[in-house]
Design a protein around this ligand. Structure first.
Ligand SMILES: NC(=O)c1ccc[n+]([C@@H]2O[C@H](COP(=O)([O-])OP(=O)(O)OC[C@H]3O[C@@H](n4cnc5c(N)ncnc54)[C@H](OP(=O)(O)O)[C@@H]3O)[C@@H](O)[C@H]2O)c1
Length: 305
């Protein structure tokens, strides 16, 4: 009963701003004028949905995009869609496997500096499954992999003070107070895919705070969410939700818009989460302020490497 009431309250509060109507009200048809020529981007989870729209949007504006995905066929297809030859460079990597993520970060860093990193990959895993490295799949993909990619790029000297880091969180994080112990369930019995996803998405907010605390000579970071977007991810993880809201879901380009806008405009960093080119409060409910902080999160991530 408490859960149902919470859900009803959540949808009543957010359905309008997160829908396509919200996008049209806040952004409308304002075109993004941006020139990313000469920039080297890294976009994770680029073979579908919002990540693909970010990769194509950046490439169309002149960037060279290193597109991270695990499916060779989808990567080739993506590279073929970009207007300029070589604008999208596919890099095959399983973003749930930390050794593979560290490998690709090293390869990227060896070949030059990076101007923009978009930590876009994210999955909602209803079924409890461990990766070959023994990590819960959602935790590995949605959070630890972002940390490992960032660490690898920094250690390799690819990130610099002019680099931008953009993390794709979710409005689902509004319902979660960060609980380090809930980031990764110990077994199937204690796993709740929806709650774990909300935790990972809240953790991205704290990770962004950490990255921005590292000093002026470091890259700056922003965290955003895309609203509700009709993608394969939503189709497979939230079929009931999609059925209910299908007519007002955003398209992938609308979901990608704020990432491209942040990279182009680089607004002041600080508290908050971005949606539709505007900064919103990162807390909508008082109880989430009592969650764990960035230091506790970083200590937990460091424990994994
Ligand atoms: N859609 C929404 O309404 C919504 C709302 C809030 C937040 N978000 C966030 O936005 C981001 C993108 O969501 P989306 O809806 O566009 O997702 P999506 O449709 O599921 O696309 C995710 C992409 O990531 C790739 N991917 C997944 N696991 C991977 C792995 N282990 N290694 C390499 N690539 C992997 C997928 O490739 P495969 O085809 O190989 O699986 C796919 O190309 C996520 O962080 C999500 O949490 C989305």
């Amino acid at each position: 009963m408490k859960k149902a009431l919470g859900a009803a309250f959540f949808y009543a509060r957010f359905a309008l701003p997160f829908s396509r109507i919200g996008f049209r009200r806040r952004v409308g048809k304002t075109r993004l004028e941006a020139d990313f020529s000469g920039q080297r981007w890294v976009v994770s989870g680029a073979t579908g949905g919002i990540g693909q729209a970010i990769a194509l949007g950046a490439a169309a504006r002149g960037a060279t995009v290193l597109a991270l995905g695990r499916d060779a066929g989808k990567l080739d297809e993506l590279a073929g869609q970009a207007a300029g030859a070589g604008r999208i460079q596919p890099l095959q990597v399983d973003l749930s496997l930390m050794q593979d993520v560290a490998r690709v970060a090293g390869d990227i860093a060896r070949n030059g500096r990076v101007d923009v990193v978009v930590h876009n990959v994210g999955v909602m895993c209803h079924e409890f499954r461990r990766t070959a490295e023994g990590l819960e799949r959602g935790f590995a993909t949605n959070l630890l992999g972002h940390w490992v990619l960032d660490q690898g790029l920094r250690r390799g000297g690819a990130l610099h003070e002019g680099s931008a880091i953009i993390s794709m969180s979710s409005g689902g994080m509004y319902g979660a107070a960060l609980d380090i112990d809930a980031l990764q369930a110990a077994d199937a019995g204690s796993h709740d895919g929806f709650n774990a996803y909300a935790q990972h998405k809240r953790a991205q907010v704290e990770l962004t705070r950490h990255w921005n605390s590292l000093g002026p000579a470091q890259p700056r970071a922003w965290v955003m969410h895309p609203g509700w977007v009709d993608t394969d991810g939503v189709r497979s993880a939230l079929p009931g939700f999609r059925k209910l809201f299908r007519s007002v879901l955003r398209d992938a380009a609308e979901g990608a818009d704020t990432a491209l806008w942040l990279a182009a405009t680089r607004p002041d960093t600080g508290e908050g989460i971005w949606l539709d080119r505007q900064r919103d409060d990162e807390h909508a409910f008082a109880f989430t302020r009592a969650g764990a902080n960035a230091d506790a999160l970083v200590a937990a991530l460091r424990a994994h490497g």
